[in-house]
Unconditional design. Structure first.
Length: 260
């Protein structure tokens, strides 16, 4: 079994890297005849020339004859699966708080711009004061802001390993007794404790250096404080195209597949 974790700032290419690894894995295991990335998302053809799309959670969407798509499971059935630390945050916000699905599971633009059903004023004043946010502001939060505050300022204040524990419990449940040739991908290593846990549990950590924006939230600021020796690979994807980034990843993936 292999666990690969990606660390990097917002928009650094973490999810894109996971999509490429899934496509490369499906190609090498002959589940895919051909694959490419469309705006960072995996698209592939199987050996019956059926077209599939894969979302960030690894869900498979098969193209129908009328060009609509239907869900046909998850890539996990092929032995590779995405486990994000933020998955359980998103599930809670959608299932319990009624946050619109696209606000937390959507594209980067949707997460950064679409408004949820939760107002800033509903967040405890002590948290808003810490973040420098006016508690009297009567406006709705974006999905990204809500995920950051709920995941960090609320849950991590109770137990900073909460999301690490839930994610690795899910990983080990999925590996089960038959872990041969399985690959788990973690696309959102950001905090020091997350990287430390990964480092102590044989996760192959990769750091991506691209930065597309500045974010003052703690979930983005801790990235540069993670010791470089914890990373198996530091990938300089600044000023390179997606194709060039994938070319850097290819020999790393090939080596892992040979040793898996």
């Amino acid at each position: 079994m292999v666990i690969i974790g990606f660390c990097g700032g917002k928009g650094s290419g973490k999810n894109t890297s996971c999509h490429y690894i899934i496509g490369y894995y499906l190609l090498k295991t002959k589940r895919a005849k051909y694959f490419y990335l469309d705006e960072g998302k995996l698209v592939f053809f199987d050996y019956q020339d059926r077209l599939y799309r894969v979302d960030d959670a690894g869900d498979l969407l098969l193209r129908n004859i009328d060009n609509t798509f239907k869900s046909v499971g998850n890539v996990s059935k092929y032995g590779i699966k995405v486990f994000a630390f933020a998955d359980d945050i998103k599930k809670f916000l959608v299932k319990v708080l009624g946050v619109p699905h696209e606000c937390v599971w959507g594209t980067e633009q949707e997460k950064n711009t679409k408004l949820t059903n939760i107002k800033w004023g509903s967040i405890p004043k002590s948290i808003l004061d810490k973040l420098g946010v006016d508690s009297t502001v009567d406006r709705y939060m974006t999905g990204r802001s809500l995920m950051q505050i709920f995941g960090t300022e609320i849950v991590r204040s109770l137990n900073e390993d909460a999301w690490v524990n839930s994610t690795f419990n899910s990983i080990h449940e999925w590996f089960g007794e038959n872990s041969n040739n399985k690959i788990a991908l973690i696309p959102d290593v950001r905090f020091i404790n997350e990287a430390k846990f990964c480092n102590h549990n044989n996760v192959i950590l990769c750091k991506l250096l691209r930065r597309t924006s500045v974010d003052s939230h703690d979930s983005e600021k801790q990235i540069d404080k993670i010791p470089e020796e914890w990373f198996a690979h530091i990938i300089d994807n600044r000023d390179v195209s997606v194709d060039q980034q994938c070319n850097i990843l290819s020999p790393i993936i090939e080596s892992l597949l040979k040793n898996n």
